[in-house]
Design a protein around this ligand. Structure first.
Ligand code: FE2
Length: 186
């Protein structure tokens, strides 16, 4: 459903959805309650509908389409999380290519994704305290045909996740084997 050209050797979006539904059940068991961010990826169905003049009201919610109870997974444009130390963090899909600059401009800690080939944690200090600006890693399989549109770019996707424990942020790269499969370490 991407606005990029799709490789004709890929499964259709309908086939992908059928394949994904089985895994969504497993994901729901692992994360029965989850807050998710809307993005230029996850909101593709609604972007396509808007592009073709279909009102949002006529479309199913994602939870409905995925078979997840409406109250279990909550979708947001942005989320503000208050950490145990009283520090607020704004989390969104993308605030800009320079996340440190965006964080300083907004006067608060930020976490974003979207960039694919950036994975960074920067700190800055203001009179009100220490703040962080994070561009988190992604989970893109660089060898997938679905990502073939990027194959001529020098920068490759960096797989990893951001983890916060007791108000302390950590970046955790996803270590993989020769076949690009996770080797199961943190
Ligand atoms: Fe994105």
């Amino acid at each position: 459903m991407s606005f990029h050209d799709s490789d004709p050797d890929l499964d259709s979006s309908g086939r992908e959805l059928v394949l994904a539904l089985g895994y969504i059940d497993t994901l729901h068991e692992i994360f029965p309650k989850m807050d998710l961010l809307n993005s230029n990826h996850g909101s593709m169905a609604y972007r396509k509908a808007k592009h073709h003049g279909v009102p949002r009201h006529l479309l199913k919610s994602y939870n409905d389409a995925l078979g997840v109870p409406e109250q279990d997974w909550k979708w947001h444009d942005q989320i503000v999380v208050r950490l145990p130390n009283g520090h607020d963090v704004l989390i969104g899909h993308f605030f800009g290519s320079d996340v440190l600059k965006a964080s300083i401009a907004m006067g608060m800690s930020l976490i974003q994704g979207h960039a694919h080939s950036s994975f960074e944690l920067r700190y800055w200090q203001s009179m009100s305290g220490l703040h962080f600006a994070i561009t988190s890693g992604c989970l893109i399989d660089d060898k997938s045909l679905a990502y073939a549109y990027n194959k001529m770019q020098i920068k490759r996707p960096i797989m990893g996740a951001t983890f916060i424990e007791n108000s302390q942020p950590y970046l955790i790269p996803m270590l993989v084997d020769q076949d690009n499969r996770w080797i199961g370490t943190k």
